[in-house]
Design a protein around this ligand. Structure first.
Ligand code: FAD
Length: 493
């Protein structure tokens, strides 16, 4: 192992670029020479503020303290996402990060709840999940002996700045400049160097494309190809705008469905991130903007701006000596806040499969198949929200309701509708509880429950359900108001 350090060049300094550079420099800095190139002139996409609990894995790996990250990024806690008007108008449900009820080896808690419902002995299913009830009641705390599943709403620009500092402390070098061209080896086709507008040349062994939707290396240089998934996820634009913070921000993201798209509301300590994701086939930018502006609270802090995207995935995420991470690798709309999660997964996967020299075709193939499988699973989960709707009030919803869905999703929906069964497969991000909350929230009611439930008498079932609900209620009532805790635990710096 006396080889010189591998030269890793990260192109792009958005969330993806700095998350990658920080992890590589901190965890493998002795073996890698990490350089990041970014252009202030181009800037970043400037959205991406809602996260999911898996971000803890990344923070733990990098030894980051939650309070430090939250204070530096004006963060609040997030316990789930509230979906409003998705199944029908004027109704909402919450997809929380917690587990429902109690684990049983044979089937999920919802089977027990379902029988209890038929017998009139239960309240709404979220009352049997601590994070769910805590989100609804606006209560939360991080306690030494009790780890509730939580994520953050945070300022993505400040997050990238925070990680930049860490990356530079661990030896990563930042080069400011616009990449004008990319040179390739005539024989192998591998990327050799990035050439900047000022003529500077940055040579490397491995290149990480974090240039966002531009996909400068993986697509513009290597012509990797893109699988378009917009026939399943037809939204192709977003308008983003920030407003002044509201008092007492909720500990969940709001996703509010409208006639041809949906609106997000992400409350930070300092402001609220808002936006509309919509389908340009059914709504013009003006219509989307007017609907967004009519549904905001608080003063506007910037001008609304339109972002165009095409849902889908790069055919290979690792092609030749280039690995695409972040928006350069593909895009799934932010309905379940999964992009930063995918960035983190790609970083960890890259480190696990990092070549130690010679040919790395096997590693590359493994990276590509794992990434694709993971993205397809998340895609199915997002498509579910659109497909399983009872809305029929606009051409957009009529289209979504009737569109064919991937076979993998059709199978899951059928099995749940018939018998309430849904399983997590291999590398799936979303577990049974997530699928159950969204399937039921979107109105898929299982026709039957698992026979093991009948092993309990009605009296035992009532005691079982009542016991769980009582414990959840007690735990939640002992928590402080969410924002009081934020103000004490991680006030913005
Ligand atoms: P960018 O932020 O676009 O960064 C690209 C970088 O490349 C920049 O530094 C730029 O300067 C540099 N660059 C590009 N071209 C050149 C060049 N020629 N020379 C030099 N530098 C160059 N994710 C979530 O997890 N949660 C969310 O709630 C969420 N909401 C979203 C909402 C919308 C509408 C969109 C579009 C995305 C959302 N995402 C969300 C995704 C999230 O924003 C991205 O995954 C994340 O910001 C990473 O972006 P990036 O770093 O890949 O790209």
């Amino acid at each position: 192992m006396n080889q010189p350090p591998m030269r890793v060049v990260v192109a792009g300094g958005g969330t993806a670029g700095w998350m990658t550079a920080a992890a590589l420099a901190k965890l493998m800095g002795k073996r890698l020479d990490v350089v990041l190139v970014e252009s202030d002139q181009i800037g970043t996409v400037g959205v991406g503020e809602a996260t999911i609990p898996t971000l803890h894995i990344y923070h733990r790996l990098l030894g980051l303290k939650e309070q430090d990250v939250m204070a530096a990024t004006n963060a609040t806690f997030k316990l789930g996402i509230q979906f409003e008007n998705w199944r029908v108008q004027n109704e909402s449900y919450l997809h929380s990060f917690g587990f429902l009820g109690k684990e049983c080896w044979a089937c999920g808690f919802h089977h027990f709840w379902q029988k209890g419902k038929a017998l009139g002995m239960v309240s709404e299913i979220g009352d049997y999940c601590t994070e769910h009830l805590a989100a609804r009641e606006g209560r939360f705390a991080v306690l030494p002996n009790q780890d509730y599943n939580h994520a953050y709403h945070m300022d993505a620009t400040l997050y990238a700045k925070f990680l930049r500092k860490l990356a530079e402390q661990h030896g990563a070098r930042r080069i400011e400049g616009k990449i004008e061209s990319v040179t390739q080896c005539a024989e192998s086709g591998d990327i050799q160097a990035l050439v900047l507008e000022n003529g500077e040349r940055i040579d490397g062994d491995l290149f990480i494309d974090c240039t966002g939707f531009r996909a400068l290396l993986i697509e513009q240089t290597l012509n990797t190809g893109y699988d378009d998934w917009s026939h399943w996820l037809p939204c192709d634009r977003a308008i983003a705008v920030q407003t002044k913070s509201v008092s007492n921000p909720p500990a969940y993201t709001r996703s509010i469905a409208h006639a041809s798209g949906w609106q997000w509301r992400i409350p930070l300590q300092s402001r609220v991130g808002n936006g509309m994701v919509y389908c340009s086939k059914y709504w013009s930018d003006e219509e989307a903007k007017a609907t967004l502006l009519a549904n905001l609270e608080g003063e506007l802090l910037n001008e609304p701006r339109v972002i165009q995207f095409r849902t889908g995935t790069r055919r290979q995420h690792w092609n030749r000596n280039c690995i695409a991470i972040g928006l350069a690798s593909g895009f799934l709309e932010p309905l379940e806040s999964t992009s930063i999660h995918l960035i983190q997964r790609s970083i960890i996967r890259l480190m696990q499969l990092l070549p130690s020299g010679g040919s790395y075709e096997a590693e590359r193939n493994e990276f590509n198949s794992q990434t694709l499988e993971e993205m397809a699973n998340i895609r199915d989960f997002i498509v579910l929200h659109y497909k399983a709707t009872e809305r029929d009030d606009s051409p957009f919803w009529q289209h979504c309701k009737r569109m064919p869905v991937p076979e993998s999703l059709a199978h899951r929906m059928n099995m749940f509708e018939e018998a309430g069964k849904v399983f997590k497969h291999g590398p799936d991000l979303f577990g049974e509880t997530s699928w159950v909350q969204v399937m039921m929230g979107q109105g898929i009611e299982p026709k039957s429950y698992h026979p093991i439930v009948d092993m309990m008498s009605d009296h035992e079932l009532e005691g079982f359900l009542g016991g769980i609900k009582g414990r959840v209620t007690k735990k939640v009532s002992s928590l402080p108001p969410h924002f009081d805790f934020v103000a004490h635990y991680c006030p913005a710096k």
